[in-house]
Every structure is written in C-alpha cells, then in structure tokens.
Ligand binder design. Structure first.
Ligand code: DOR
Length: 441
C-alpha cells in the first residue's frame, strides 16, 4: 500500500478499540487509511501533539427545530453548535412543525440540510396513529435514523398512548425504536397540581418517578410481545434502571449529561425554568443511580437531548414555560470534565458517545477509529481548563444551563470525513455534513 494521505493526524494519543495508543492516523478519501507510525507523502499534517484523538462523537438525540420553529434554532445553527462542541454527527428528532411523520417531511429535512449542515446527520420519523402501518417502509428511507415514539406528550403534538396503536407501531418495522417513556394518563391525572401556576420545582413532582416507570414497564411488555428492540431515551430513575438491567436483550438505554450533572432541588433554585425538561431532572439519589447504571454497563448511549427554547419562552410562568435545554455544544466539555474528575473513563466516554450510538442505531462506518471507517474525530485537550459561557453558545437561543461553569477538558478540533470543520472554537470552510448511512436500512 502506498503511504499517500490527504491528511495525517500526527503525534496524538489515539483511542482505538484496543486501547489508547501513541499513533499517527493517515486519512484518504474521507476514510481512515492507516494507523501507526506514519509519514511519507502527505498533503497536509494536523499536529495532534499533546492532544487526544477520539472517534467522532455522535449525538443521537437533538431537536433542531427546522422547519417551523426556526426562531429558536435551525439546521445551520444547531449543527454549527454541534461542530463547535466537538460533535461530528447528529440524529434529529421529529417534533418540528410540521412533525416529521411522512416521506415528504423527511425528504424536506434532508434537502434543507444539504449545504447548510456542518455535521453528518439523520432524521427520525415520528410514530403516529396515521403512519403506524407504514413505519416499516418509512424507517428504511435513506437518511432516516429510525422511528421515534412519544408515549407521553412533551414539546409538540406527537403522542401515541393508545394500547392498540402502540402495538401497531412496534409491529411495523425492524429497526430499534427510540422512545420517550412517560405515562400520558398519569400526566393528565396529576396536571392539576401545577395548572394555574406552581413553582418550577414542582416539575419532578408532577412528572414523578411513577410516571416514567409506568411507561417504561408498559413499553417493555409491548416490545416483548412484538419482539421489537427499543431504545429508552433519557432514563431518569433508579427504578427504571433496575428494570432495564433485566431487559438488556430487548432494550438499550440512553442517559443525558444533564441528568448526570444537575439535581433537584438545587438546580430549580439556581436555574429556575432553565432546568425544566422532560423527563425532569430529579433528586440526588436518582442522579447517583444513573451514574451507577453508567458504571455497571446498563447505559448504552449518552445523548444531549439538545432542546432549545428562547429565554423569552423560558421566562413564562411555570408550567407555561417550555421544557428543554440546550446541550449539543456542551456535551463533550461537560463529559470530559466528568472524565477529569474520575467519574468516567475515557474508554467508557467513547463507548457511550460514539461506539454506543453507532451500535444502537446501526450507523455504518462510524463509532471507532479503525482502518476503513469514516475519518471522523473529536480531538480534545484533556487538560485544558475553560469556562463554559453563554457567549460561546452558537445555538440561536444563546444560553446554556452551564453558563459560568469551569471545566477541565475541551474539544480543540472536529474532523468529519477527513475535513477539519472546527479548530480552536472557529468553524472552517463550508457546511458539508452528509446524511448518515445505516446497516439496517
Ligand atoms: O424537555 C424536553 N424537550 N423533552 C422532550 O421530550 C422534548 C424536548 C423539546 O423538543 O423541547
């Protein structure tokens, strides 16, 4: 093999499936061509000396709000935020306006992303009573990340809580279904406790542990009957983790960095409705249970659930204030800070943010640094001490719940398909993100 590379990443500590090695990585035609002590004919060198090279971080739960809600975010700003935060690919949720429930709506998102998305991307199809029987076809369309099912209502109008429709959704198709598990009946029964105004600290009281557990239990029962694999998004309770640990043959598990970092009541006192999301941030005992589930391997994926809302919207009195917080840009620095503090190993970070999403959704060519894989890298300085600030946030809504937080560890470059897209907090070149390719499509 001739050693001629388009780009050589030289002198980094490289996180490979076999361990962390001091190695160069040779890139050719957007892929990884060689790993080792490399030189020879190289068009360009990226000096990774003193840096750590991770496989590209895939954020498999983001809400980018286009079409219909572009005043909060769009595909250009949301993916710019991703690239600036060291994220190389995103899977986007269907609760836009209109909801992404048809082939035409999916094609529209893919069109809008062309030439405007900074990172690679795919879009979920939202499950509904109207498209339930067609999901087996829709989930295989190019650029489709799979099916997203809202069992409890959150932002937007997507909701399936009828038993027969849930069974149809799970019966039609083969790919893993991503699920927001909160029990709609219980949410409605208990809504009176916050209706007409309440402190935002009531959010996890209204949408309590039982609300989450009921839906997850119901989901597992229906998925078992249908023989369908599911991915339970943003799991928040100790009880669900105990249950999910007994269903690893059927269900994969996502946790968000915010549920691992923030805890009630402190977060509501300090951040008010900026800490409001669904399912809610809960008390310290749940935060610790989520960390235990990360340590024990029950958790498969960390996803940000990037859900931007404007500060104006967030200023409405609870419960009119919308649920959700930004996260795609802060996920890597925040998690690296947990790595620096010894709560997460670097290998486990990679497993949860790159290999995990690739495995869970069947993303082809991504998730590890290996010859033949896409040349996607999150290049980080594990020692950099930086402060997260609203000024750095590129998301249209312009805020983060971590404003002012000092962290150790920062993404210094984002490389996608062999192109350096971000370096030292600046975007480079033009937006060239491509649709993700899936094994199972
Ligand atoms: O807090 C949330 N916000 N949870 C969701 O499920 C949806 C999201 C949004 O789109 O705002």
């Amino acid at each position: 093999m001739s050693d001629s590379f388009d780009l050589l990443l030289k002198g980094g500590q490289v996180v490979t499936p076999g361990g962390i090695l001091a190695a160069d990585i040779g890139l050719r035609d957007g892929r990884i061509a060689a790993i080792g002590a490399l030189g020879d004919t190289v068009a360009e060198i990226f000096d990774a000396g003193g840096l750590t090279v991770l496989p590209g971080v895939i954020d498999s739960q983001v809400h980018l709000r286009e079409p219909g809600l572009e005043y909060k975010e769009d595909l250009a700003t949301g993916t710019a935020a991703a690239a600036l935060g060291g994220v190389t690919a995103v899977c986007e949720m269907p609760n836009t306006k209109p909801s992404t429930t048809s082939e035409a709506a999916l094609a529209d998102k893919l069109d809008r992303a062309r030439g405007r998305a900074w990172v690679d991307h795919a879009f979920f199809i939202g499950a509904s009573a109207d498209n339930a029987d067609d999901l087996g076809r829709l989930e295989r369309l190019p650029g489709c990340a799979g099916v997203k099912l809202f069992m409890g209502s959150s932002t937007g109008t997507l909701l399936v809580d009828d038993e027969a429709v849930l069974a149809r959704v799970l019966a039609n198709g083969r790919r893993r279904v991503a699920v927001h598990a909160e029990d709609e009946t219980r949410l409605r029964e208990r809504r009176a406790m916050v209706d007409g105004g309440a402190p935002v600290a009531m959010h996890p009281v209204w949408r309590d542990e039982e609300t989450a557990l009921l839906a997850t239990r119901r989901l597992l029962r229906l998925a078992r009957t249908a023989g369908r694999r599911v991915h339970v998004l943003h799991v928040t309770t100790a009880q669900e983790m105990a249950l999910l640990a007994n269903h690893k043959d059927l269900a994969t598990v996502e946790v968000t960095p915010q549920h691992l970092t923030l805890a009630a009541p402190e977060c509501y006192e300090r951040l008010g409705s900026l800490a409001q999301m669904n399912p809610p941030i809960r008390g310290e005992e749940h935060r610790q249970a989520l960390w235990r589930a990360v340590e024990q391997g029950v958790v498969d994926v960390l996803g940000s659930d990037h859900a931007p809302h404007t500060l104006e919207e967030k200023a409405k009195p609870y419960p009119e204030s919308p649920s959700g917080m930004t996260g795609v840009q802060t996920m890597v620095p925040l998690l690296l800070d947990h790595v620096a503090a010894g709560r997460l190993s670097l290998q486990r970070f990679v497993d949860l943010t790159s290999a995990g999403p690739a495995r869970t959704y069947g993303i082809a060519g991504k998730g590890r640094i290996a010859v033949g894989y896409d040349a996607d890298f999150t290049v980080v300085d594990l020692k950099a001490r930086r402060r997260i600030s609203n000024l750095w946030i590129t998301s249209k809504c312009g805020w983060t719940p971590y404003d002012g937080m000092q962290v150790t560890g920062w993404p210094l470059a984002t490389i996608i398909g062999g192109r350096v897209v971000m370096r030292e907090d600046s975007l480079l070149g033009e937006p060239g993100g491509k649709p993700l390719v899936f094994f199972s499509a």
